[in-house]
Design a protein around this ligand. Structure first.
Ligand SMILES: [Zn+2]
Length: 713
């Protein structure tokens, strides 16, 4: 029987923890004979192979204990076959559902319920995880059942360990069996640290008491470091061959990393800000281009946006990885990257909601739960905060005698949205400005918590909760979504299991946003109806905030998808609309593709991009005071655009006079004027709000310093 004296060989941190957790406990800890206590710290770290979890300002001891990563119940790295239970109420509440943060469907009683629930209400129930390898177990994270209809959680529990799944030893706290504190509500994740980290292969969670009106239900994660087997002499491949900074970055760390990339690749990068968050954090964008800082004629603009929901942290890290990757590979002369950076202006916006992220980061990757940090500081969901242009367009179509005459693009922001008291987040205001300033062609909006790529419309017609609501560009959107999904290593794996309760594999891992669930005011829909930019949403992983140790694998899962998706900006047709005489580019010319009820406009220099699938198209270009022009343009299968330039002839002044004399009116681009006007109003109200907030902050600072002063006096 190994005694607690073994603790002396434990890392100082563990000893410290023990004293912290069990003050004055001098009794030797009884340990099962078939188990051993902590190995040397070196082994533990090597076994973990991971950097510290995002701990932010959490207590030092907790952070250090989380050095051992989660086994992966949440991330699905732990397979269903590794989880067993004493009993379960039914298969939808089976042990495989006992995973941290798993979400249930709308209805209880289906195959995908929100926890493992035991059949019996007694203290003999357990959920068992087989780590497969000898593992230094350090803790358990517990959560109640996710359900709209039922309230169930476990209030206290014991932990048991075993090497053979037959003889079990209960975790001790001194001479008594350790009782861990579990949950008090269904959603908050609660960490239970083992008083002594212990090596074993199997771990059991054994509920002792539970919510009195409920049954025994739980979702869990287990923390543990894999202990290296001395017999295993084969060196493991690194999880990623790319030498990138794989960890979670706080706001300050993100800024530092972006700066270092900028210093490493000064000729192809630029950092700029598009505004500030509610709490005043700058919204940073990193630009990649062979001519950073300016739009080049004919060169398409691409953007990736991440972190709109602050707790969906993977997208942010992937974009930080992508920055480092593009810089390093460009310097190495990687032809694919050189071509991409030379021919495209790329904008990477890693953190649209930095306030939300900081809140989730402070709790850490395992304890942030499902919703902490999703919203901005004011509690606004940014993906519902863009003006709903869908219903404006659809209403106009319904009222119009000829629906085909109703504008199908560049829909102006509605008046109410530009008011000072409109509920519009500063983050949303900043992004709308940015979208109008740069002629973006293609974008993806990176989210997390599922594995699927969705495409517009996100908002359904007639307020249906769920309905396929295609755009005029449905086939191209489906292509875009498929490009990402079919190259993503997990999404494209036919043997993967569903994240929560929806099986997107039956849809080839892509789905129309409205067909999934309606979202009025989404960024994708706004981007499509207000600008030329096509945007899809990528749900990157089942786990919204994967542990840092998962990041190299996640980078590998997404690397090809991130690159190949950007390359899609070079499809369809592109060209320049020019004046026949002056050869000057014509801005705001309307590019109409026959059979497509969605037009695009030329940018300030007259250049335009129209993403299209292969085929033959009749394209008509209109511009104010010019005769329209028509061309046939053929788009091939090759991954580069067909150049389709247009030269327009001005309507002579004499002819204009004739038209006016006949009582005809030269059509003014009313829509464009309203669009510009409303943006100006939105900017003005943003400025007023910012000024007010600044004054408020100054006042508070002054008040605070006065208070400090009075204390001193
Ligand atoms: Zn999201």
């Amino acid at each position: 029987m190994e005694k607690c004296s073994l603790m002396l060989t434990a890392p100082p941190l563990v000893v410290l923890l023990l004293t912290a957790l069990t003050p004055g406990d001098a009794d030797p800890q009884r340990l099962p004979s078939n188990l051993t206590t902590s190995p040397t710290p070196k082994t533990a770290e090597a076994a973990a192979g991971a950097r510290p979890a995002a701990g932010g300002r959490t207590e030092q001891k907790q952070e250090q204990h989380l050095d051992c990563p989660p086994l992966g119940l949440e991330s699905l790295r732990v397979d269903d076959s590794q989880i067993r239970a004493s009993s379960s109420q039914r298969s939808g509440l089976g042990p495989h559902r006992g995973r941290l943060n798993i979400q249930s469907g709308i209805e209880d009683g289906d195959l995908y319920d929100g926890a493992w629930c035991a059949e019996f209400k007694d203290r003999q129930q357990w959920l068992e995880v087989d780590a497969v390898h000898p593992t230094l177990f350090t803790g358990v994270i517990l959560q109640g059942r996710n359900s709209i209809w039922s309230w169930d959680w476990v209030e206290t529990y014991k932990v048991q360990l075993s090497n053979d799944s037959e003889r079990w030893q209960t975790c001790m706290n001194g001479t008594t069996e350790m009782i861990f504190q579990g949950n008090r509500d269904p959603e908050t994740s609660v960490l239970g640290l083992l008083p002594v980290p212990t090596v074993a292969r199997y771990i059991r969670i054994n509920p002792q008491s539970w919510f009195s009106n409920g049954t025994i239900c739980l979702r869990a994660e287990v923390l543990g470091c894999r202990v290296q087997d001395p017999a295993d002499r084969f060196e493991h491949d690194p999880l990623s061959k790319d030498d990138l900074d794989f960890r979670h970055h706080s706001y300050m760390e993100m800024r530092k990393l972006m700066k270092s990339v900028r210093e490493e690749c000064p000729n192809i990068t630029r950092i700029y800000t598009i505004g500030r968050s509610y709490m005043g954090l700058k919204l940073y964008v990193m630009e990649f281009s062979d001519n950073p800082g300016k739009h080049e004629l004919g060169e398409p603009e691409f953007r990736y946006v991440a972190g709109m929901h602050g707790n969906e942290a993977l997208g942010r890290e992937l974009l930080l990885n992508l920055m480092q990757f593009l810089c390093k590979e460009f310097l190495k002369g990687n032809q694919r990257v050189v071509r991409l950076v030379t021919e495209t202006r790329i904008h990477l916006f890693p953190s649209m909601n930095p306030d939300g992220y900081e809140a989730a980061y402070e709790k850490g990757s395992e304890l942030a739960g499902w919703a902490d940090g999703r919203y901005n500081f004011e509690g606004i969901d940014l993906n519902h905060n863009f003006p709903d242009l869908n219903n404006i367009m659809w209403d106009a179509q319904e009222k119009a005698a000829d629906a085909s005459k109703v504008p199908n693009h560049y829909i102006p922001i509605p008046e109410y949205y530009t008011q000072e008291d409109a509920t519009v987040a500063p983050e949303t205001r900043a992004v709308i400005n940015w979208m109008q300033e740069i002629p973006f062609v293609l974008s993806a909006n990176l989210h997390g918590g599922e594995l699927v790529v969705t495409y517009p419309f996100d908002c359904t017609r007639d307020w249906a909760p769920q309905e396929n609501t295609p755009t005029a560009d449905d086939t191209f959107f489906r292509w875009l979504a498929s490009v990402y999904a079919s190259t993503h290593l997990v999404l494209s794996n036919p043997d993967r299991r569903v994240c929560h309760y929806e099986d997107f594999q039956t849809h080839n891992n892509i789905i129309n946003g409205g067909a999934w669930h309606t979202v009025p005011g989404s960024m994708n829909d706004f981007s499509y109806l207000h600008t030329n930019c096509l945007e899809v949403t990528v749900e990157l992983s089942c786990d919204k905030f994967p542990h840092a140790s998962e990041l190299p694998t996640e980078w590998e899962n997404n690397k090809e998808s991130l690159l190949v998706y950007m390359e899609q900006v070079h499809r369809g047709i592109k060209g320049v609309v020019r004046d026949k005489v002056s050869k000057q580019g014509i801005a705001d010319a309307i590019i109409k593709v026959q059979g497509h009820d969605h037009d695009v406009r030329s940018a300030a220099d007259g250049d335009f991009w129209r993403l299209l699938n292969p085929g033959e198209y009749k394209v008509v270009v209109w511009a104010k005071d010019y005769f329209p022009s028509m061309r046939r343009c053929r788009v091939g299968m090759e991954p580069h655009p067909t150049v389709c330039d247009f030269t327009l002839t001005k309507i002579p002044a004499q002819r204009l006079k004739e038209i006016q004399a006949k009582g005809g009116r030269i059509p003014q681009d009313q829509q464009l004027r309203v669009r510009a006007l409303r943006l100006r109003k939105l900017r003005a109200s943003t400025k007023a709000i910012n000024r007010r907030r600044e004054k408020q902050q100054q006042l508070e600072t002054r008040r605070a310093s006065r208070t400090r002063g009075s204390v001193k006096n």
